[in-house]
Design a protein around this ligand. Structure first.
Ligand SMILES: NC(=O)c1ccc[n+]([C@@H]2O[C@H](COP(=O)([O-])OP(=O)(O)OC[C@H]3O[C@@H](n4cnc5c(N)ncnc54)[C@H](O)[C@@H]3O)[C@@H](O)[C@H]2O)c1
Length: 310
């Protein structure tokens, strides 16, 4: 498991340990934290770009399943420093895939992003088959990752699933991820500061609770995924297929927190998508569905932020 000290990866690693699997976590702690690491998992502090990764796979006799969550996750960083983004998200992935291939890994679970690979989509909610028109280097690097996986499957028979997450929120999230707004609003509420909304606040996102993302990972780690070899055959959107506007999110969070805050309006941010929402019928056919309602998820997230903040 890579990125297992991070927000989402640590929850997935925890579920793998709970399932009784022997788990090794590789993470360089660039944004992940030691305290996120689940008990019972083995931890190796290492950069996924490091040549030592392939030695690690060899020394441990290979891993049956590789779940790859480690990544440069910040869209703005990718715009300012596209080479760093590609270095980690493409170069690092290739290092992981080489190690997996050499050591006989059965399947790689790769984390892509439904929030960025489609770009400005037309079908609402967006199915996996929608055109891929990423508008940031981060979106490009995630899509290229999927293309490499498809290629490794064709060339070397390395099996994989790509999960295209919507905006994931929950305990352990920080303000930098794709649902960072939940953490930002929560901390503004806690400090009694105004909640700052950019633009009209009517822009929407598909917020999915981390526990539902974990169950999607569990499913594609084990399920029979079929023989199709087109890019979208092995890609699965992970979201709720429900849109929540930023205004609604602020209101629901205030309800969850039992606190009121003044809403402060700021100029819209350039390049922000007006809406984002994923169709998740493919995963539903495999038996998965997002189960946590947004009000409950926000309450649990706010509670965690309140308990752990300074
Ligand atoms: N949070 C979201 O809403 C969201 C949405 C779509 C996709 N994703 C994807 O989910 C995955 C996890 O994201 P997250 O939100 O949990 O972020 P995160 O920053 O909490 O987790 C990323 C982890 O990867 C580690 N890492 C980063 N670069 C590394 C490197 N070079 N070598 C080793 N470890 C490295 C970090 O230390 C961290 O523990 C990422 O691949 C991200 O692109 C997240």
């Amino acid at each position: 498991m890579t990125g297992g000290a991070g927000f989402i990866g640590s929850h997935v690693a925890e579920a793998y340990v709970a399932r009784g699997w022997s788990v090794t976590i590789v993470d360089n702690l660039s944004s992940g934290r030691r305290e996120n690491l689940p008990k019972g998992a083995d931890f190796v502090e290492l950069d996924i770009r490091n040549g030592g990764l392939r030695d690690l796979f060899r020394e441990r006799g290979g891993f049956e399943l590789v779940n790859h969550h480690a990544a440069q996750i910040d869209v703005r960083v990718s715009v300012e420093r596209p080479r760093i983004d590609a270095d980690i998200n493409i170069g690092g992935l290739l290092n992981v895939l080489e190690a997996a291939r050499e050591s006989g890994t059965r399947r790689v679970v790769f984390v892509s992003s439904g929030g960025v690979v489609y770009g400005d989509a037309r079908d609402r909610p967006i199915p996996e088959t929608a055109p891929k028109r990423p508008e940031s280097p981060y979106g490009v690097s995630k899509l290229v990752g999927e293309l490499y996986l498809r290629c490794f499957r064709l060339l070397h028979g390395l099996d994989y699933a790509a999960l295209r997450y919507s905006n994931v929120y929950g305990p352990r999230q920080d303000p930098h991820g794709e649902a960072g707004v939940v953490a930002i609003f929560s901390s503004q509420l806690l400090k009694g500061e105004p909640i700052k909304i950019f633009g009209s606040g009517e822009q929407t996102r598909d917020y999915v609770f981390v526990e539902d993302v974990v169950s999607a990972n569990m499913l594609v780690s084990e399920a029979e995924l079929g023989d199709g070899c087109e890019l979208d055959d092995r890609a699965f959107n992970v979201g709720t297929s429900r849109e929540t506007s930023v205004n609604e999110l602020a209101r629901k969070l205030m309800e969850a927190a039992g606190r009121e805050a003044v809403i402060e309006r700021a100029a819209a941010r350039a390049g922000e998508l007006e809406w984002s929402c994923l169709a998740c019928d493919k995963l539903k056919k495999l038996g998965w569905e997002a189960a946590v309602d947004i009000s409950e998820g926000l309450a649990r997230t706010y509670q965690w932020i309140a308990e752990t903040s300074g």
